[in-house]
Write a protein that binds this ligand. Structure first.
Ligand code: SF4
Length: 395
């Protein structure tokens, strides 16, 4: 099925992180159009390619090499196609192969399967990228093409809803007591796996029932927070989010406090202020749209930004300059090498590594501040005892 034409449930699995945390957001969002972006369409295209490869792997008789190649060729004509999608979807397929072959348990694969979890969240359904049914194990495998934030499988509500739905759908044939959730996000080398028991899954199901009852009625408390507001369609004009961010930005601690903040205070302010910056950006984008549409926003207006100049006919202009004596090739054109990332994109990750990997050196990046939960190793400028001795030599 074409991925872009799918229906979306009010209580969707992909939006579960939001409506579970902030139940009234489900109804509030309905007032806003469901827009898409190039990044989302690119993700959809990569998912279509991934689906073809997985289908070819598990169902070779029905969907053999020839059909696969013809379908891939069709996708390659899409304007957002990028050759690197081939490598990233191969990584996803390789991962699935390993899971499918592990434990020597024969199983069944369901690809791009619509999963109904309406028993837990009324009208709720979603599409699982890949389900592997292996005896007492259910594997839910999700391909993520985004390269922003690494997504964790641990207690991931979207994945747990797929697991609940699949448990209901296949309950007659299988008795699962191990639920394995996997996320493969190859563009940022993120692979996350988490396992839960049936008891833990059902406990989550009870929580979903409670929250979804509120969400369906547009009831419950609005609960602003960085992760649930990030993809909410009401995020720019939601009052709860606005008030929360104003509170976070301007509220004062009471009582007599030292004139300088401590490192604990700094850490706390950084965490509290995380959504403030994003909220102001969302609000500005919305207000600009309003002003451009002729709907005034008190105290603000849209103006034309700094423009840029461009040639009407560059060939004619260069031709004229060449006639006047400028050596066109030597002076008017500059020869620039592609960046390393551009060459890698051109060849694909694997071919790039095979062809010129030996010429690549990794320079350390500029230090960046991230949350403690980030997987990257912490660094300091502090000289270690070993380094100090090495520098001091034997004198
Ligand atoms: S913006 Fe945030 S607080 Fe407001 S409805 Fe959406 S998720 Fe809830």
């Amino acid at each position: 099925m074409e991925h872009e034409k799918r229906d979306h449930a009010l209580l969707s699995a992909s939006g579960a992180n939001r409506w579970l945390a902030c139940p009234p957001s489900a109804k509030l969002e309905e007032q806003f159009p469901d827009t898409t972006s190039d990044a989302a369409r690119e993700g959809t295209l990569a998912h279509e390619l991934a689906e073809l490869k997985v289908r070819n792997y598990f169902y070779t008789t029905d969907f053999g090499k020839r059909k696969l190649n013809a379908a891939v060729k069709k996708l390659q004509k899409e304007d957002l196609w990028q050759d690197e999608m081939m490598g990233y979807t191969d990584q996803y397929l390789d991962y699935i192969r390993v899971v499918a072959m592990a434990d020597r348990i024969q199983g069944t694969a369901e690809i791009e399967k619509r999963v109904d979890f309406g028993r837990w969240a009324p009208g709720g359904f979603g599409t699982a990228d890949c389900l592997l049914l292996k005896g007492n194990q259910l594997h839910v495998i999700d391909f993520k093409y985004g390269k922003g934030v690494p997504v964790s499988a641990e207690e991931n509500p979207q994945m747990m809803l797929y697991a609940l739905g699949a448990r209901d759908m296949y309950g007659i044939l299988y008795h699962f007591d191990e639920f394995h959730l996997h996320i493969i996000q190859p563009r940022i080398d993120n692979v996350s796996e988490w396992t839960c028991t049936e008891e833990e899954l059902l406990e989550f199901g009870s929580y979903v029932k409670e929250r979804s009852a509120l969400a369906i009625d547009g009831a419950g408390e609005f609960c602003p927070g960085e992760s649930q507001c990030r993809f909410c369609r009401a995020k720019a004009v939601c009052r709860a989010r606005a008030e929360e961010n104003v509170r976070l930005a301007f509220s004062q601690d009471k009582g007599k406090l030292p004139p300088l903040i401590s490192s604990e205070d700094a850490g706390r302010y950084l965490s509290l202020g995380e959504d403030v910056k994003k909220w102001l950006e969302d609000l500005k984008e919305w207000a600009l749209g309003e002003c451009l549409a002729g709907r005034p926003v008190l105290g603000w207006k849209a103006v034309e930004g700094r423009g840029s100049r461009d040639w009407i006919d560059m060939d004619a202009a260069f031709g004229k300059l060449a006639k006047s004596g400028l050596a066109e090739e030597a002076v008017l054109w500059e020869k620039k090498p592609l960046t390393l990332a551009q060459v890698e994109k051109l060849l694909g990750k694997k071919d790039f590594q095979d062809a010129v990997g030996e010429f690549v050196v990794k320079n350390p990046g500029k230090p960046a501040l991230v949350k403690e939960s980030d997987k990257s190793e912490a660094i300091t400028n502090k000289v270690t005892a070993a380094e100090a001795f090495a520098e001091g030599g034997e004198s």
